[in-house]
Design a protein around this ligand. Structure first.
Ligand SMILES: [Zn+2]
Length: 65
C-alpha cells in the first residue's frame, strides 16, 4: 500500500471516483493467479490487478495493468 494520492491513468487524465468524485486513492497490487482461472481458460488473466481504493467512500476501482 502506498500513500493516498491522485491517480494518473495510462491513457491520460486522472481517476475520479465513480461514486463520490473524490480523486485521492490508495493503491494496491493484487495477484490474480488462481487455479480456478485456469480451469475457466482464463490464463490471460494471470497478471496483477491494480486496485485503487477511494479514500472517501472506499469504492474499489480495478485496473488490469
Ligand atoms: Zn468515492
Amino acid at each position: 500500500m502506498s500513500e493516498p494520492r491522485p491517480v494518473r491513468l495510462p491513457h491520460g487524465g486522472t481517476l475520479n471516483c465513480d461514486t463520490c468524485r473524490n480523486d485521492v486513492f490508495e493503491e494496491y497490487r493484487w495477484k490474480l493467479q488462481t487455479t480456478g482461472l485456469t480451469f475457466f481458460n482464463l490464463d490471460w488473466a494471470n497478471r496483477d490487478a491494480t486496485c485503487f481504493v477511494c479514500t472517501s467512500c472506499r469504492r474499489i476501482h480495478w485496473f488490469h495493468l
